[in-house]
Design a protein around this ligand. Sequence first.
Ligand SMILES: Cc1cc2nc3c(=O)[nH]c(=O)nc-3n(C[C@H](O)[C@H](O)[C@H](O)COP(=O)(O)OP(=O)(O)OC[C@H]3O[C@@H](n4cnc5c(N)ncnc54)[C@H](O)[C@@H]3O)c2cc1C
Length: 309
Amino acid sequence: MGLMRSMLLVASQNKWLRERASHYRFVRRTVSRFMPGETLDDALAAAQTLQKKKIGTVFTHLGENVADRSEALQVTQHYLEVLDRIRQAGLHTEVSVKLTQLGLDLSSDFCLDNLKAIIERAEKTSTVWVDMEASNYVDATLEIYRRALKAYLNTGLCLQAYLYRTKDDLAQLFSLCPSIRLVKGAYNEPLQLAYPRKQDVDEKFFALAQEMLRAKKQGRCLRAAFATHDVALIRRLYEFARAEGFSQADFEVQMLYGIQRGEQERLAREGCTSIVLVAYGSYWYPWFVRRLAERPANLWFMLRNVFAS
Ligand SMILES: Cc1cc2nc3c(=O)[nH]c(=O)nc-3n(C[C@H](O)[C@H](O)[C@H](O)COP(=O)(O)OP(=O)(O)OC[C@H]3O[C@@H](n4cnc5c(N)ncnc54)[C@H](O)[C@@H]3O)c2cc1C
């Protein structure tokens, strides 16, 4: 893993930097590349625009690790309102939640109740996605996901290709016919838990994605979504999916708002399922710095904004 990436991932957890970052115009300007705005209305407007281009959306309200129950309940309440607003607006938009925002650090049962309330409010045909956070949360997240999935089929989980354990986790989940969003992984993980070399992570992603498509063909995976901006990888997977007999619509790629827009539009035009994750909210610092870590060239983009301010 690159030194710059490690340093940025450490910085993403720094409270001192977090408190100062939002005061700088050049930082806010750079953030706006990845977020349509801080409010739900901003996210809804972005989703309307994307829907006209046949691109679906997933909303995530930024935040992680709430400190008390009332905060977790507020987040849950917010998502219930989001689902109502999505329905009123006639949008094909799903939501993706972080369990630490729903109270995972406080109690698993409490967190599961909050997740269930959100799933119950969602349309039955709309998946409620659960993000995967740092590796110390994987066991707890899997446990809650399994319990939720047994009650509600429309629950999806994010799995990270960089973790050695993901192959086994995936194999075990197939018995429950899950919906999986596969990502490379965005946290700073130790060598004992995660592949350090990007090339290995890319290959692992491809192998896991193939397993997901095979499982989908056998009816053991409800939704197989590939969340990556890696165009070469998407092409390889697309070819594999077509050779396995999947239609374009069955090939689902999810990307982040503002990244690889041309590719998002190309996939949608060609009839693939193209989905964009729209993040919004005022607690954007750690999320934003993880985006910088994924592509240190974004730092140059931010520096250019220093001079543009
Ligand atoms: C929909 C979605 C949901 C996600 N959910 C989670 C989650 O729950 N848990 C988790 O750990 N991670 C999550 N991630 C992040 C993921 O783990 C990766 O960190 C991120 O997607 C970057 O990896 P990549 O697959 O795009 O490939 P990379 O190999 O990193 O990038 C490939 C190319 O994409 C472009 N690119 C990638 N990232 C950026 C960027 N930040 N800015 C500009 N260009 C970029 C560049 O052109 C780069 O060359 C999610 C990602 C997406 C798209």
